[in-house]
Design a protein around this ligand. Structure first.
Ligand SMILES: [Zn+2]
Ligand SMILES: [Zn+2]
Length: 410
C-alpha cells in the first residue's frame, strides 16, 4: 500500500470531521450544516469556494501552478430518513435521520484530498471538488447537470468513489461499461366497470385484467430483449377491491424496472405500454400507464476506468483491485454526470469483517457505519489520480509504468 504520509499524519482530523457529519445527518437539499462545514474548510485551506450550487451543493476549485486540463471529483453529502441503531458516541443526534450510506465518509475522504492538494498544488490545470446534494432519490446530480455544473466548472473527466461493505478494506472494485443499473418506477391504473361478483357479465373486471397484465409483463424480459442483455421487471404493488362479493371499478399495479442500457430501457417502456393498453382493451377495460425514469444507468468510460485502475493498483497494491466487478442492479445518480463526461465510478472496500458484533452491516442498515480506516486510502487515491491525470495528458490512454513510477516520489 502506498499512502501519502501527510494524509496518514492528519487522519485524526478527518475522522473527527466524519464523526461531526455522522452525528448531524441531513437529508437531500437540507445539507445546510454539512455544506457550510465543507465550504468553511475549503475556504480555510485557500480553495476558491462556490456555495449554494443546485441548492445545498458546494464546489471547491483548486488551480495548479499553470493552466492545463481539468478534473472533477464528486462526493455525495446526504443522509437517509431512518433511525440509527448504533450506540457509539458520534451516533446520529437527529431522530429518524442517519448516515447509513457512508456519504459522511465520502465527504471526509474528498476533504482530506482537497487539503493535501491545496498544501501541495504540484500540478498544472484545475481540480473541481464537487460536493453533491441529494443523491438518495433526490436527483441531485441530475439537477446539477440541468443547472450547468460543467459549463460553469469545466471538467475533462470525472470520478467518484462509493464505499462497499463486504469488499475488504484496502481494496477497490470497478469495471468499464455499466456498473449500476437504471432505476425506473411504473404505475398502471386499470379502469373497468364494477358489478355484483355473481353477475360479472354486467361489468368489466379490472382484477382479471390486472392478473393478465402482471403475467404478460414478464414476457418483456424473457421474449423481447436479447438474452445477454440484463434487465429486471418486478411488480411490487397490486391494489383493488373492497369486498368478496363486489367486482371493483379499478385496479392499480406498481413496480420497478432496472436495466444497464438506455436501448433496453426504451424498448421495455414501449413494450410495457403496448401490453398494458392492449390487454386492458382485450378485456373491455381502459388503462393508464406511467413510467418514471428516476435514475439512468451508471456507465464507466473504458479509458478513464483503465487509467483509474492503474492509480488504484499503485495506491492499494496490484492484487487489491478488481477491475471487472459484477455490476449491481442498484442505482446511483452519478450516472447523470457520467452521461455528460467520461469518467469512472468505483467501489472502495468498507470491510469484509464485522466491525462490531457478528455482522458486516450493509448500506442502508440501521447499524451500518463508514470505516474510518479507509480514509487515507481513499484520499491518497484522489490525490494521486489528480496528479497523474493533470500532469500528463498522454496518460489518458493508459495507466502505464513510467507514470506510476513518477508518482512514487510523492
Ligand atoms: Zn444509499
Ligand atoms: Zn450512497
Amino acid at each position: 500500500m502506498d499512502l501519502i504520509p501527510e494524509i496518514l499524519a492528519s487522519v485524526a482530523e478527518f475522522e473527527g470531521i466524519r464523526h461531526v457529519i455522522h452525528a448531524h445527518p441531513e437529508t437531500g437539499y437540507e445539507e445546510h450544516q454539512t455544506s457550510a462545514l465543507i465550504a468553511d474548510k475549503l475556504a480555510e485551506w485557500g480553495l476558491e469556494v462556490h456555495r449554494g450550487i443546485s441548492g445545498t451543493g458546494v464546489v471547491g476549485v483548486l488551480h495548479g501552478y499553470q493552466s492545463g486540463r481539468s478534473i472533477g471529483l464528486r462526493a455525495d453529502m446526504d443522509a437517509l430518513n431512518m433511525q440509527e441503531q448504533n450506540d457509539f458516541a458520534y451516533r446520529s443526534r437527529y431522530a429518524g435521520k442517519m448516515h447509513a450510506c457512508g456519504h459522511d465518509g465520502h465527504v471526509a475522504m474528498l476533504l482530506a484530498a482537497a487539503r493535501q492538494l491545496a498544501f501541495k498544488p504540484d500540478f498544472k490545470g484545475t481540480v473541481n471538488f464537487i460536493f453533491q446534494p441529494a443523491e438518495e432519490g433526490g436527483s441531485g446530480a441530475a439537477r446539477m447537470m440541468e443547472e450547468g455544473l460543467f459549463e460553469r466548472f469545466p471538467c475533462d473527466a470525472i470520478f467518484a468513489l462509493h464505499n462497499w461493505p463486504g469488499l475488504p478494506a484496502g481494496e477497490f472494485a470497478t469495471r468499464p461499461g455499466p456498473i449500476m443499473a437504471s432505476c425506473n418506477e411504473f404505475r398502471i391504473t386499470i379502469y373497468g366497470k364494477g358489478s355484483h361478483a355473481a353477475i360479472p357479465q354486467d361489468g368489466a373486471d379490472p382484477i382479471l385484467t390486472a392478473a393478465h397484465i402482471v403475467c404478460a409483463l414478464q414476457s418483456v424480459v424473457t421474449r423481447n430483449k436479447r438474452p445477454i442483455d440484463s434487465a429486471v421487471l418486478s411488480v411490487t404493488q397490486i391494489e383493488a377491491g373492497t369486498s368478496f362479493n363486489i367486482i371493483p371499478d379499478t385496479a392499480r399495479i406498481g413496480g420497478t424496472v432496472r436495466t444497464f442500457s438506455l436501448e433496453v430501457l426504451d424498448m421495455m417502456e414501449q413494450r410495457m405500454q403496448e401490453i398494458v393498453l392492449l390487454t386492458a382493451q382485450a378485456h373491455g377495460c381502459n388503462a393508464d400507464f406511467s413510467f418514471l425514469r428516476q435514475s439512468m444507468p451508471t456507465i464507466n468510460d473504458a479509458t478513464q476506468t483503465a487509467f483509474a485502475c492503474g492509480i488504484m493498483r499503485q495506491v492499494a497494491g496490484a492484487d487489491k483491485v478488481n477491475d471487472a466487478v459484477e455490476p449491481t442492479m442498484g442505482a446511483e445518480d452519478f450516472a447523470y454526470m457520467l452521461a455528460k463526461k467520461p469518467g469512472c465510478y468505483a467501489f472502495i472496500g468498507n470491510g469484509a469483517k464485522p466491525r462490531s458484533g457478528n455482522h458486516v452491516y450493509g448500506l442502508h442498515h440501521p447499524r451500518y457505519d463508514f470505516n474510518d480506516g479507509i480514509i487515507p486510502l481513499g484520499a491518497s487515491y484522489w490525490v494521486k489520480l489528480v496528479t497523474a491525470f493533470l500532469d500528463d495528458a498522454e496518460q489518458l490512454s493508459d495507466a502505464n509504468q513510467p507514470m506510476l513510477q513518477s508518482l512514487d516520489d510523492g
